[in-house]
Design a protein around this ligand. Structure first.
Ligand code: GTP
Ligand code: MG
Length: 326
């Protein structure tokens, strides 16, 4: 008869990251789902500036922890800083052998257009996950109470069907959910992810396994690409302003000349910020260290080795008695 084996009482655990633009409702979603009390934004400025964890909670027999992440915004932190914070966390998790169960990407259905930061977040998010991990992504629209069902439905349709919005991710296996700010709808999204096999995100593989610098990853390159697009637009605007300037100089229109001077100054300021942003992304490097062996693991091996030597010393007395080398 086989010896009775006590079933493992250790509860399975799942870690799910919540991402999206600043003000998308990430912290609110986490608080609703986990009964946590993380700080929610009240004004227009971004609120969550670092990675924070929810209280663990149980769902379908699994101990779930949600990870709140800062999103790109146009107010406080630069994209480079946000990129660094997210990369640090994700690479550290991978280095320590902890896989994410899934990622939830929140989007406000009340937004009547995709602002620059929303597009940046979305492109960055897609590259960060990589095609292989998109099956573990749940794109979730919220703030449905702020729009009529018809307007919301039309926007959802547009988001689902356009190549520069959710369509590519959905066709690679991501799922789309509606969240009505209730615990039930939050749990429905999480339950969907609990059925998935935990995965490694593309950026985790790139940073840790392939030892790429942050700007060499697809997500980092996507951000640099966005900046290059903006720079192109600035160049075009500058060219037009210079043409206008030539005209007003001919007409001796002093007022118009001052206006154009001002517009050019603003453009140079924006360009300076982009240069700084590029430098930050290029210089970004992850600060995590190699995982240390668990202390009890080292201790156990040392113990086994010592008893092994003690056993053999009985038969081979010439074996040195010093165990300290272990
Ligand atoms: N009506 C409605 N308001 C919401 C919902 N979710 C969040 N909000 C509100 O949206 C604002 C921003 O919510 P947060 O949870 O702080 O958003 P966030 O994504 O964590 O923002 P950052 O931390 O700045 O990145 C707050 O005033 C919330 O009360 C929702 O589902 N419906
Ligand atoms: Mg927040």
């Amino acid at each position: 008869m086989l010896p009775f084996k006590k079933p493992s009482t250790k509860q399975p655990t799942a870690c799910i990251a919540v991402m999206g633009c600043t003000g998308a409702g990430k912290t609110t979603f986490i608080n609703v789902a986990s009964a946590s009390d993380l700080r929610v934004g009240v004004g227009l400025e971004s609120c969550t500036e670092t990675i924070q964890m929810s209280k663990p909670f149980e769902l379908d027999g699994v101990e779930v922890t949600l990870v709140d992440t800062p999103g790109f915004d146009d107010t406080n932190k630069s994209d480079g800083e946000i990129l660094n914070i997210v990369c640090d966390f994700l690479s550290s998790e991978h280095q320590h052998g902890r896989k994410l169960q899934g990622v939830i990407y929140l989007h406000r259905i009340s937004d009547n257009r995709m602002a620059g930061s929303a597009t940046r977040n979305l492109r960055f998010f897609a590259q960060l996950c990589g095609d292989e991990a998109l099956g573990n992504c749940a794109i979730t629209t919220n703030m449905w109470s702020l729009v009529s069902p018809q307007v919301g439905g039309e926007r959802e349709q547009e988001l689902k069907s356009k190549d520069n919005f959710f369509k590519p991710m959905l066709s690679q296996g991501a799922s789309l959910f509606r969240h009505d700010n209730t615990i039930e709808s939050a749990h429905k999204v999480i339950q969907h992810l609990l059925h998935k096999t935990p995965m490694v995100l593309a950026i985790q593989r790139e940073l840790v396994d392939e030892k790429k610098r942050v700007f060499e990853t697809k997500a980092g390159a996507a951000l640099l690409g966005e900046i290059a697009e903006l720079e192109k637009k600035h160049q075009e605007e500058l060219r037009k302003l210079n043409e206008e300037m030539a005209e007003v100089m001919e007409q001796h229109d002093e007022e118009a000349r001052l206006e154009i001077e001002e517009a050019k100054r603003e453009l140079f300021e924006q360009q300076k910020k982009l240069e700084e942003e590029k430098a930050k992304i290029r210089n970004a490097s992850i600060t995590t260290t190699e995982p240390q062996p668990l202390p009890q693991e080292g201790g156990r091996i040392a113990k086994i080795w010592r008893s092994f030597r003690r056993f053999f010393r009985r038969f081979v007395p010439c074996l040195p008695s010093d165990d300290s080398a272990v």
